[in-house]
Design a protein around this ligand. Structure first.
Ligand code: RFL
Length: 417
């Protein structure tokens, strides 16, 4: 019987009136039902490896939480190959190029032509999460929604466990391994002893005010616009709904942004010399998101493996976070399959290094892109010098086929990193 060493007092019968936990077992305990956790649960299930996913929010909440929208070619292929992409392929929009705007001029980068015909797909993250939940439950997979007070125990031992509360009752789940897929603010990474992880990161001096508007898109391809007032982005969702971003100060308050001001800024920052016009409509949602870079190394401690935003955050400019999360899930599923198939630890041992090669490549690209498309604030050291570099970068990217090809492979997603 598993010991309860390290278990919080409220689960060991400590304080009066609290029940002892109910014990269950699984091969892989997964914390978090985001893209990383759900894709991992599917890939493991396909290989006959059991898992239980513990998610702190309700099903309804995670199926409506607005997040990312752009899927790399490689992500789409993975989901398709594993039978997870039916609805995504039916409803997602295929994209073959993107537009960079500066000085009122429009520059198209035909990334598909530049990268062997590979395309991107626009499909909202919450739709993908809803698909993955539905398919997992249909395959008799176990997802515990509203799992409160999830805690990790004995992660350095061969019998790690998870404790949590569901409807007030305490549960303990003994696991072969734990996958920490609970995002940047989850409990998994902080369960690793201080000193065992090296972390890297900083806050970028920009933030994004993001809106969802009930209006048809004014473009058929994503637009990244740099204006002297700051960045503006036109993303796509559906024929009736569009997503826009405006660069704002990191400490700005959404209360400072009435709808009229948002549309004025979007109109101004997107303005072109050729009479392009922006369609406007009711704003359904608005929020401000900070931009951060963060990486924790290694992505493993004992029998705990971190995946997705739990281990790394990239600024959203390159639209990569969900793609990285799904890539980690794939690598981890292969490593766990090798362990459960043959007892080999080789892929588990190389998991962190394998993922981090891609993570650092994507981190570099996302930072490069962030500094290229945002107005560099006055307070940044050497701001005027950086602005001239930014100009050289934009001119090179929009005039050199080699530079555009390099952008294309990073944006659409490198195959073999
Ligand atoms: P998630 O999606 O954050 O899921 C973690 C899950 O864990 C749950 N959780 C817990 N559960 C139990 N106990 C706890 N203590 C828990 N703590 C947390 C959470 O409720 C949640 O359900 O992490 P995951 O799976 O690693 O996926 C990462 C992606 O969500 C993220 O990287 C992307 O949204 C980033 N991102 C984009 N990525 C792309 O690939 N393409 C894009 O176009 C793109 N655009 C974006 C983005 C992120 C943005 N924001 C909001 C930062 C645009 C924006 C504005």
């Amino acid at each position: 019987m598993h010991t309860l060493k390290g278990t919080p007092a409220h689960l060991t019968g400590g304080p009066a009136g609290v029940k002892l936990p109910r014990m269950a077992r699984t091969q892989v305990g997964i914390v978090g039902a985001g893209p990383a956790g759900l894709v991992l649960a599917h890939l493991l299930g396909e290989r006959g490896i059991e898992s239980v996913v513990l998610e702190r929010h309700t099903r309804d909440y995670i199926e409506h939480r607005v997040r990312a929208g752009l899927l790399e070619h490689r992500t789409v292929e993975l989901l398709r190959e594993h039978g997870l992409g039916g609805r995504m392929l039916e409803l997602g929009q295929v994209h073959r190029g993107t537009e960079l705007r500066f000085d009122g001029q429009r520059h198209r980068i035909p990334y598909s032509d530049l990268y062997g015909g590979r395309t991107m797909l626009v499909y909202p993250q919450q739709e993908l999460v809803a698909d993955l939940v539905r398919l997992r439950l249909a395959a008799d997979g176990e997802i515990v929604f509203e799992a409160d007070d999830v805690a990790l125990h004995d992660i350095e031992s061969e019998r790690p466990s998870l404790t949590y509360r569901e409807n007030g009752a305490c549960h303990e789940l003994e696991c072969g391994f734990i996958a920490g897929c609970d995002g940047f603010h989850g409990v998994s990474r902080p369960s690793i002893p201080p000193g065992a992880l090296t972390t890297y990161g900083f806050e970028l001096p920009f933030a994004w005010l993001g809106i969802i508007a009930a209006v048809a898109p004014s473009t058929s391809e994503i637009i990244y616009a740099l204006h002297e007032r700051g960045f503006a982005g036109h993303m796509l969702r559906t024929n009736e709904i569009s997503r826009f971003y405006l660069q704002v100060e990191p400490d700005d308050d959404i209360a400072n942004w009435p709808d009229d001001r948002i549309w004025f800024e979007l109109r101004t920052r997107f303005a072109t010399n050729d009479g392009w016009t922006l369609r406007e409509g009711p704003i359904l949602e608005k929020s401000i998101t900070d931009m951060r870079s963060f990486i924790a190394e290694p992505m493993r401690h004992g029998r705990l493996f971190l995946a997705g935003d739990a281990a790394h955050i990239v600024p959203p400019s390159g639209a990569k976070g969900m793609n990285l999360a799904i890539s980690d899930a794939r690598v981890l599923s292969e490593a766990l399959a090798a362990w459960y198939g043959s007892g080999s630890t080789a892929l588990l041992d190389s998991y962190s290094e394998t993922c981090l090669r891609r993570v650092w490549r994507v981190q570099e690209f996302s930072n490069w892109m962030s500094w290229m498309i945002h107005k560099i604030p006055d307070g940044v050291p050497d701001a005027s010098f950086r602005r001239r570099l930014q100009r050289a970068q934009l001119e090179y990217l929009t005039t050199s086929p080699s530079a555009a090809a390099s952008f294309a492979e990073n944006y659409v997603g490198l195959e073999d990193v």
